[in-house]
Design a protein. Structure first.
Length: 732
């Protein structure tokens, strides 16, 4: 309550009166009515009857009669439809009565007083909001720079508005605009295609996303990062902010900012608030501010509050996106504060105050405790660490006994005497990253052991993709097919498959793609020198995380086995032929029929193109021979030629001296020396490979010779000579 009067005694009386007789706000008259309705109370002439009728308390009535009130005006105090009090004007002078002009003055006076009070209140609120904004800005910068991640924010359109210090330290770029323009070029070229599709899709859908990619460090090295993005939406579901973090996962993958623009916006807001303060000060001094100016001031204050709320929300979303916990150790007061995330990383489920001695130290893994405490002790000494704190360690949950890997990063602040006074930082759960490191190490060891087994195996081991591209090739494969690892890797497996067997590969890949196996499949493959290799294949699917990505093939050389089987079949067939011919010889009396069947059989056994039996009959010169039987060629092929002569080539056979066998008779030194043909006559059946065996009777006389020939160079079967020695015995 404020009082004004030139007579101090009057002021003293008014103070005592109000203390003894406070206003009854429940009344429907006087001051109470003005406060309720906002309408002024004007009594031009205060009569004795009015005073007597309005006051029932005799003590109060007597006190009021002492002042001898002549006239009174009470008007509401306030502005913008808000009543904050009343102003009462009282005249106690003789013949001094208020009129309408006094009422207008009283109203204007009350308006000015109300505006001045409201301006003072708004000025104080603005000052408090400025202090809160500065504190929030400092906290936001600290938290974003303290986290072990690269953090950024962007507007609804996806254009970056802020990068934390981690980005500048990593890239070596020093200003915001350059970093924003270069961020796309910092991303590895092979990863830009995915980012170019997923990021616009996330903007369109308004949904968060997670992606891995490589960013180029200031020294030119690309390192793998796991990037997470989250959208902040207002109450209408509209995106107002994007927040993202990028975490360095390079080691796990190989073995997964301070914004200039935001600072400018904050500076602009500070300038606006400073301007508002100046305007409010001017209003207080001049008391001439209009209602429109007050409304503008209130709008500016609301905008400031919204900016502060946005700053707080940025801090909250940054922590949420990065899954960060925060801690604050006040070394002067001996108190420690953990947020819910930090509590969960130490397995604490109680809601009591946490302490360094009872919660932090016991929550450290026994094997890590001494190391962590030593690092903290060093962080408390400015000369050693400059207050920097960055460490990975394990925690053991107090309530759940679960072991978690944590990365902690923080800063110790010192006073002027360099004594530590505050320890603030953040913690991040890196358990999954550590488990991935362990899995990668174990996987690498398994792969190394498997590679050693494959490289030293005597079996040919080859792996390929489902598209048939060779991805591994061991030493045994090189020995079998002749191709080195450098020659075959990246090539299609059809390089060693005969063209007529390419369909086999399609069947094998189809079976493997469906999760099946191929066991002991016998086929033929082609070596580098063109030779065919008989192999037995066993093929199994190669899987990655449950998905079939290729095939592993084991091949064994079965050429010797196939040769043996072929020889066995040939031997069996020849025995059957001999048995058939032997039976015919024993049963038939027709010598011509017997010789024809024997000639056919021996031609078939030797694999020759044609064969002939010449009967040994001398003419008067001792040189003539008569063709008796022929197989594989018509008899007319020989009738137009003279009878064979006793040349150097034929003599060993018809004289019974030896068996003549030649892969290419035209290269025999005895060939081509006899007149008139000096070789084979024109139109003679083509002969290259040649086998001639004398037919000798039981008495030792040479009765003829068996001859087999082929038009190409080859080795007539050596073991067939035995048949030629046996068959004549059955004829004579």
């Amino acid at each position: 309550m404020l009082l004004k009067h030139e007579d101090p005694e009057k002021i003293k009386w008014a103070l005592e009166y109000r203390n003894h007789f406070p206003t009854d706000l429940s009344s429907d008259t006087g001051t109470a009515r003005v406060l309720k309705t906002g309408e002024p109370s004007f009594v031009p002439i205060v009569s004795e009857a009015i005073i007597t009728n309005s006051i029932s308390d005799p003590v109060q009535l007597k006190a009021l009669q002492q002042i001898n009130i002549k006239s009174a005006i009470t008007v509401p105090l306030g502005g913008h439809d808000k009543i904050s009090g009343v102003v009462t004007f009282v005249s106690a002078e003789a013949d001094r009565y208020f009129d309408e002009a006094d009422l207008v003055f009283a109203r204007n006076f009350a308006i000015h007083i109300g505006l001045a009070l409201e301006n003072a209140s708004l000025n104080e609120a603005a000052r408090e909001e400025l202090e809160r904004k500065k504190e929030s800005e400092a906290q936001f910068r600290f938290l974003t720079n303290a986290i072990p991640h690269k953090l950024w924010t962007s507007g609804p359109d996806g254009r970056a508005t802020y990068y934390n210090q981690g980005w500048y330290d990593y890239t070596g770029i020093t200003d915001f605009e350059t970093l924003r323009e270069q961020i796309w070029h910092i991303l590895h070229p092979d990863d830009r295609g995915v980012a170019a599709v997923q990021w616009p899709l996330a903007l369109q859908r308004g949904e968060g996303m997670e992606v891995e990619g490589r960013f180029r460090r200031h020294d030119g090295m690309y390192r793998w990062h796991l990037s997470r993005f989250a959208a902040h939406k207002n109450e209408f579901g509209e995106i107002v902010l994007w927040v993202g973090t990028s975490t360095d996962i390079h080691e796990q993958k190989i073995a997964g900012l301070e914004s200039a623009e935001a600072s400018q916006e904050l500076a602009a807001t500070n300038e606006e608030l400073a301007a508002t303060n100046e305007e409010l000060a001017a209003v207080n001094e001049e008391q001439t501010v209009t209602n429109e100016e007050l409304t503008e001031t209130q709008d500016q204050l609301r905008a400031t509050i919204e900016e502060l709320e946005t700053a707080y929300e940025q801090v909250r979303l940054s922590k949420q996106a990065a899954q960060l916990g925060t801690f604050d150790l006040d070394l002067l007061r001996g108190t420690m504060e953990w947020d819910e995330r930090c509590r969960s990383l130490f397995g604490i489920n109680h809601q009591s105050v946490v302490t360094y001695e009872n919660d932090f130290v016991p929550g450290l893994h026994p094997d890590d405790r001494d190391r962590v405490l030593k690092v903290i002790a060093n962080a408390m000494v400015k000369a050693i660490s400059n207050g920097d704190y960055d460490i990975e360690y394990r925690t053991v949950g107090v309530a759940d006994e679960q072991i978690r890997w944590v990365r902690a990063k923080g800063k110790v602040y010192f006073n002027e005497e360099e004594s530590p006074v505050r320890f603030i930082g953040s913690v991040l759960d890196v358990t999954e990253q550590k488990l991935n490191e362990t899995r990668l190490k174990e996987s690498a060891e398994r792969q190394a052991r498997l590679a050693a087994i494959v490289s030293t195996s005597d079996d040919t081991i080859v792996s390929k993709t489902l598209q048939g591209i060779v991805t591994s090739w061991n030493a045994a494969a090189q020995r079998m097919f002749g191709y080195t690892e450098e020659e075959i890797l990246g090539k299609h497996i059809s390089l060693i498959i005969p063209p007529e067997r390419l369909k086999e590969e399609e069947v094998i890949i189809s079976e493997i793609s469906n999760g099946g196996r191929i066991d002991h499949f016998e086929t033929v493959r082609v070596a580098k020198d063109g030779s065919e290799v008989h192999v037995s294949l066993s093929v199994s699917p190669v899987k990655d995380k449950g998905n079939i990505i290729g095939a592993s093939k084991i091949a064994r050389d079965i050429s010797k086995q196939k040769d043996f089987e072929e020889k066995l079949q040939r031997y069996t067939r020849n025995v059957e032929i001999l048995n058939t011919v032997g039976k015919l010889v024993a049963e038939s009396l027709d010598i011509e029929s017997i010789l024809q069947r024997v000639t056919d059989a021996t031609t078939q056994i030797t694999g020759a193109a044609f064969g002939a039996f010449f009967y040994n009959q001398l003419d008067e010169r001792g040189e003539s021979y008569m063709l008796y039987t022929l197989s594989g060629a018509p008899r007319e092929a020989f009738e137009k030629f003279g009878t064979p002569r006793n040349t150097a080539i034929f003599h060993p056979t018809f004289s019974g001296e030896e068996i003549v066998r030649s892969a290419d008779i035209t290269k025999d030194p005895r060939y081509g020396h006899n007149h008139p043909h000096h070789g084979m006559p024109e139109s003679h059946l083509p002969v290259v490979s040649y086998l001639a065996i004398p037919v000798i009777s039981k008495s030792g006389d040479v009765i003829g010779g068996f001859f087999t020939d082929t038009p190409r160079q080859t080795n007539l079967r050596k073991n067939m000579k035995n048949w030629w020695l046996v068959l004549p015995a059955k004829l004579v």
